[in-house]
Design a protein around this ligand. Structure first.
Ligand code: ZN
Ligand code: ZN
Length: 276
């Protein structure tokens, strides 16, 4: 399995990061994409540092990284941050720019500022020919952030043909459809196991098997039966199991297909390092 979205640099893992990575490999997670948003732009390099620190280390999954400014921290994005992002996207271990996008649920940064920062980061990612990982969360009972995100992707990102990933998908079928038309993959997280998540499972039922990924978004959003606890990559197995149930396939196929989708999209492959 591949956990396509985890915040391995979270301080919540400082005590036991290596043991947690070992547990992930034991559970069958051979690759993790570590999201490089840090605690803000100043620390967006931490995911890359981790990827490098664990390269070639036996007993842990292969770790790739991303870099970007989360919409929550858009108000902190300055020229220094953009320069840093530009430099990070040059590094081969960095597969994508993200997570970037719009969050109108928390509104930690003004919406116009979020849009400007999202747009600027798309420009930088395009210059490096790297795909983008999208975080999108609308206000309650609204699709406002989806509408704005997809409009921006269609006008600004579509011409690049680089595609991306909608992470922790919670939208409607029409949002998934519009993104897939732009070459995006749809990534499902532990919230698909929550009792009230039937609308997300209904979309999952429609997303083709060759267009989906699985993720934990660890340390957040632990799947049932660990809901409420600190999440970790090993528990992506619960996401794979729920995907399998919804798609009426065996969990092994859900794991295999999402792994293939990741490698096909990023041009990565299973290496001797993570094949055990
Ligand atoms: Zn997110
Ligand atoms: Zn995240």
């Amino acid at each position: 399995m591949i956990d396509s979205h985890a915040h391995l640099d979270s301080p919540r893992y400082d005590e036991d990061r290596e043991a947690l990575l070992a547990r992930a490999l034991e559970a069958g997670v051979d690759t993790i994409l570590s999201i490089g948003i840090g605690e803000g732009p100043d620390t967006m390099h931490q995911a890359l540092d981790l990827a490098r620190a664990y390269t070639g280390r036996p007993g842990v999954p292969k770790i790739y990284a991303t870099a970007g400014v989360h919409p929550h921290e858009a108000r902190l994005a300055d020229e220094t941050a953009y320069g840093k992002l530009d430099n990070l996207l040059n590094q081969p271990e960095i597969l994508a720019c993200g997570e970037i996008g719009l969050d109108y649920y928390y509104d930690h940064s003004p919406r116009e500022e979020q849009k400007a920062v999202f747009s600027r980061q798309m420009e930088i990612a395009a210059a490096h020919k790297k795909p983008i990982i999208i975080h999108c969360r609308p206000s309650d009972n609204s699709t406002n952030a989806w509408d704005d995100t997809l409009d921006m992707l269609e006008s600004q990102w579509a011409p690049t043909s680089l595609g991306g990933i909608l992470h922790c998908f919670t939208g409607e079928w029409t949002h998934a459809r519009r993104a897939m038309d732009l070459g995006f993959l749809i990534s499902f997280a532990g919230n698909i196991t929550f009792p009230k998540a039937q609308p997300i499972r209904d979309v999952l039922a429609q997303v083709p098997l060759d267009r989906m990924l699985i993720e934990t978004d660890a340390p957040f959003l632990a799947p049932v039966p660990n809901r409420g606890k600190r999440n970790e990559p090993a528990w992506v197995a619960a996401v794979a199991a729920k995907v399998a149930e919804v798609k009426s396939i065996v969990p092994e196929e859900a794991a295999l297909r999402t792994t293939q989708n990741f490698h096909n999209f990023f041009g990565t492959s299973v290496t001797a390092e993570n094949a055990r």
